[in-house]
Design a binder for this molecule. Sequence first.
Ligand code: BGC
Length: 436
Amino acid sequence: MGLPKDIEKNFVFDLPEMKKMIRDFQGQMENGLKGEQVSMGMLPSFVSRPRGTEKGDFLALDLGGTNFRVLDVRLSGVREIEVRNSFAVRMPEHLRHGAGRELFSFIAGTLKDFLSKNNIRSLRRLGFVFSFPVQKTAPDSGTLLSWTKDLTASGVVGRDVSELLRRALEENGVENVRVSALVNDTVATFLSAAYRHNDADMGLILGTGTNACYPENTERIGYLENKYRYFPEMIINTEWGGFASLARNDFDRRLDENTSRPGEQTLEKMVSGLYLGGLVKIVLDELVRKQELFKGGDGDAFLAAEFETEDISRIEADCSEKLSGVDDFLREKGVLFSTHADREILKKVCALVSKRAARISAAGVGAILSRMDPGLKNRHVVAVDGALYRHHPWFGPRMQDALRELFPASSGNIDFVQAKDGSGTGGAIAAAISGR
Ligand code: BGC
């Protein structure tokens, strides 16, 4: 007995669905750029492509979904980026959910220690990489529209996050740092790849959260005031995690009900690392309860165990005949006896959920690139960062398979490059660009 067919059906995202998603997605891009209310953000970044000649030493703060990082970055002026020093820390739980003031004070305090440890005393420009939806009002400021992922810190939504940072720096006595750019992590990833190679067309994050950005012709950004049309193109932060025109199944709905913001971030909850493990767990638990999995008696141990997105990567990486890696994993979870069929079901559910995620991501990439270049006649480089893409063994290949189905004649023109440290170093580049 294998996996029940109805479960499988729930996670199919076939070619017609991908094509429909591309149509809806492009419709929302167009309407969003006119200033209409759509489920994605389509937010202006007030940043354009770097020249590759930006030069000097800059700081970056990278506040993502899970970690917080400080970087001291040297830009060579000839397309080379050197991370001279960096410090990373997992965001403490109480700061993610406490008072925003404490969160910003922690950021400022960590930066202060970093400066003193690395003996940085001269005036430095800093790029703040803030991985949440922000309505920018200028290159160096913007208002948080809402928290995403699982952050809930109070007193930040509706406020200018650069201002909150400046105030915290002042309160912590940090005087030699000027916050000169505020960027989303997708934008930072794009900048980092474009600084090095100049041919990037998209920034993509597949990590705790998911999002994409791309450079848009400013003529096509209807909502932009004329005074901001100083560049031929401006990077748009799509906030595609909010895209809502996707059919959710019962498992998606159950996952959503247990998140901090039910009803929001439909696409993100089907795609990103914060949620995929939870989704797989809901499906597997149901199979255990229906006695379709672990009938040998260890089902209760499995029900009680945690299941993370990184477990999906581990399970899917096991290609041994006996699925002995899956068995090891199950033993660690207290499931001491599993049949080969149990292990196959486990692997199959992981594959179903992550394959749908990869195909949704591919359709998003296809939508953005084919808006820029309808026949995909030119080469396109997508700069990717994020732990899900980096650690999952088949996420990238599955996206490429899906793109091949969508664009049989031209998918070879799409290249994915991993932007190593992209979101951090891109903050420094944004700071450098702000000095132009
Ligand atoms: C946020 C985006 C961010 C993405 C990846 C989403 O939850 O809304 O702003 O780019 O996560 O970090």
